[in-house]
Design a protein around this ligand. Structure first.
Ligand code: SF4
Length: 299
């Protein structure tokens, strides 16, 4: 279906989501806006809110000449601008502050964002690069770097030059989605799901379809390869498991997804390698998502 007539606003959140799960990015862009009630996300949002308040108080003390952002103040070359809501075409990004580069022959700003965590990760860098991209369209020049201030009030200078290419690739992908040239992404449950606002819907869908990604630990590439062999469900995969001769088993450290699928199908537990598992007669408690809680005795 073509989404040509729908003009969506593209934000850093959607860009960062693209690096976590393409379906999440697509759903944020074309689906109904959904709040993330995940406990971790809520705590982080609250920490970010507090960090922003603290830092902006500091800015007021350190740079009493700072002004709220506006294009007029930007043209005047005020050193620090706070709360910059940047817009260009259908892209939108918010910079907590913009700082003018000193000793530049023309007025040029770099973006700064504030985050709740102490550690700066890949997603913060991507977020910042999207903000810088929108800023570059507003001021006509690309900042080479920006800053991320963590919850401990430490400001990190982050290179972003090399990330502009990723932003542009992503924007081309969005265009392809909008014009219907590219299909909506396939669903693959992945390591980001526990933090995603669409987790419930995707898990229900995966269960309904007996999707291979329910097995977890299986990469998208492996699933696509199995699909090419005509295996689309966990049940189908479970029938492909063939026990090997013991020596081969001991020499093989490869994870056996088919055995896991078989264990789920039979609601059973299989022990592949008994070495170092000499625990007969003891009661064991095994907890896993697939089996829930099982108490078993090894005879
Ligand atoms: S729940 Fe998982 S598969 Fe679904 S959109 Fe979120 S990250 Fe993607």
């Amino acid at each position: 279906m073509s989404n040509e007539h729908i003009k969506r606003i593209i934000t850093p959140e959607i860009f960062v989501a693209y690096s976590q799960c393409k379906l999440k990015s697509f759903s944020l862009l074309f689906g109904d806006k959904k709040e993330n009630h995940n406990e971790y996300a809520v705590v982080l949002d609250e920490k970010t809110r507090i960090a922003k308040l603290d830092y902006l108080n500091e800015i007021d003390k350190k740079h009493p000449d700072s002004r709220p952002y506006s294009t007029t103040e930007m043209k005047r070359g005020i050193h620090s601008l706070v709360g910059a809501n940047l817009l260009f075409g259908n892209t939108q990004a918010y910079a907590d502050f913009l700082r003018k580069i000193k000793n530049s022959s023309y007025i040029q700003y770099i973006p700064g964002i504030i985050v709740g965590s102490h550690k700066i990760n890949k997603e913060h860098k991507l977020w910042l690069s999207f903000v810088a991209y929108v800023l570059s369209k507003t001021q006509g020049i690309r900042p080479n770097y920006g800053t991320v201030t963590g919850g401990n009030m430490r400001t990190h200078r982050v290179k972003i030059e090399y990330l502009y290419q990723k932003v542009e690739q992503f924007l081309r992908k969005v265009k392809a989605w909008e014009t219907g040239r590219t299909e909506a992404p396939e669903m693959f449950l992945n390591r980001h799901c526990p933090y995603c606002q669409f987790q419930r819907e995707c898990e229900l869908e995966a269960k309904k379809r007996d999707h291979l990604s329910q097995l977890r630990g299986m990469s998208e590439k492996e699933i696509v390869a199995l699909n090419k062999r005509g295996i689309f469900t966990a049940t189908q995969l479970s029938y492909t498991y063939r026990p090997r001769k013991s020596r081969q088993v001991l020499n093989s450290r490869k994870y056996k997804h088919a055995l896991k699928a078989l264990a789920i199908r039979n609601n059973n537990i299989y022990i592949v390698d008994q070495q170092g598992f000499n625990v007969s007669g003891k009661k064991y408690l095994l907890m896993s998502k697939e089996f829930q809680i099982r108490i078993f005795t090894i005879l």
